[in-house]
Design a protein around this ligand. Structure first.
Ligand SMILES: C[S@@+](CC[C@H](N)C(=O)[O-])C[C@H]1O[C@@H](n2cnc3c(N)ncnc32)[C@H](O)[C@@H]1O
Length: 307
């Protein structure tokens, strides 16, 4: 258990057989029970063909621990969303981003309020599809489909596997298309929900306004952009305090001083956080009418931007 676990939901994949047999009615040995157990066994067999993962709070993810920066590196390379990161990403993001599980799950809940029938929902910078899985758990509007986009081939490949895992476990999920591509080059279809969950901070600062403007132009009335980011703070004391508290959060989640220092030096050239004020001004400049922060934990926040 770590500081970001929001419940003891981890279910070892081997436990599914037991759960399936327990859920099946014991006093009723008719065809429904046999079909239930047969379907469950089929799903478990499908899961066994995939990389090790478990369903945490209903999310299909790998469990490999993040030790990427545990050994001293002669030179720390710039952070990249490559195969090494993909293997440990669920553990890395949960132990590094305060509030991440809460943001992801509630992103699905919020999306369900803004999703318009027969529209597209975008998960931009989808990584392993955690947000896409949450959208599929919560959005019930008729005819919606999800388009998940990421420019990391390794992320996209694993994301597709996890979404297949989600399809194996749950029925009547929204259809999903996972695209390997640059969100800056995407031709947006009319959309009711766009999720940018910790992705904008990896886009070159001078390209952020143009991207948000194109998202705003594609948004349908009643829709929303949900934007989560690491924040920096204009007040230097506030910035220092929340930075220190974030380091304490990572320590509490088992990261050593070496891991924290090496990860910081790997990521500082590739991730450029903005302040809340910069986000608000840019979103308004992009044509959004209202910006509403709905979550903040330390120096990480999520905003709803309305068209
Ligand atoms: C911090 S991760 C996002 C986490 C993910 N949204 C989640 O909630 O689990 C940032 C992702 O954005 C992707 N990314 C960065 N720049 C991109 C771009 N220009 N086009 C598409 N994806 C991009 C990276 O490959 C990475 O997977």
């Amino acid at each position: 258990m770590n500081v970001n676990d929001n419940a003891g939901y981890l279910i070892p994949s081997g436990a599914w057989t037991t759960i399936a047999s327990k859920l099946a009615p014991t006093s009723f040995h008719g065809s429904w029970a046999r079909r239930f157990i047969r379907q469950s066994a089929h799903r478990i067999a499908n899961l066994a063909k995939m990389p090790a993962f478990s369903a945490s709070a209903g999310t299909v993810v790998s469990k490999e621990p993040d030790r990427l920066f545990a050994q001293p590196l002669a030179q720390v390379p710039d952070f990249a969303f490559n195969e090494d990161v993909v293997r440990v990403f669920p553990d890395m993001i949960k132990r590094s981003v305060p509030g991440y599980p809460t943001i992801v799950e509630n992103l699905g809940v919020l999306a369900a309020q803004f999703a318009q029938p027969n529209s597209v929902l975008y998960d931009l910078g989808s990584s392993l599809g955690a947000v896409t899985q949450a959208l599929r758990r919560h959005v019930r509007s008729d005819g919606c489909r999800v388009i998940a986009v990421d420019n990391s081939a390794a992320m996209v490949e694993r994301c597709r596997e996890y979404l297949n895992g989600q399809d194996s476990m749950f029925q009547e999920l929204l259809p999903v298309e996972v695209i390997e591509g640059d969100i800056l080059a995407l031709e947006f279809q009319p959309t009711s929900v766009v999720a940018l969950n910790f992705t904008l901070q990896f886009i070159a600062p001078e390209q952020r306004l143009a991207l948000l403007t194109r998202i705003r132009q594609a948004l349908l009335p009643g829709g929303a952009l949900i934007l989560s980011e690491k924040l920096r703070f204009n007040d230097s004391e506030e910035h220092a305090l929340l930075t220190d508290l974030h380091v304490a959060f990572k320590r509490a989640n088992g990261y050593s001083e070496l891991e924290i220092a090496q990860k910081r030096s790997a990521i500082e050239n590739v991730m450029k956080p903005d302040s809340l004020e910069e986000h608000r001004e840019r979103l308004l400049a992009a044509g959004f009418s209202k910006v509403v922060p709905w979550f903040q934990c330390l120096n990480f926040a999520s905003l709803i931007a309305l068209p």
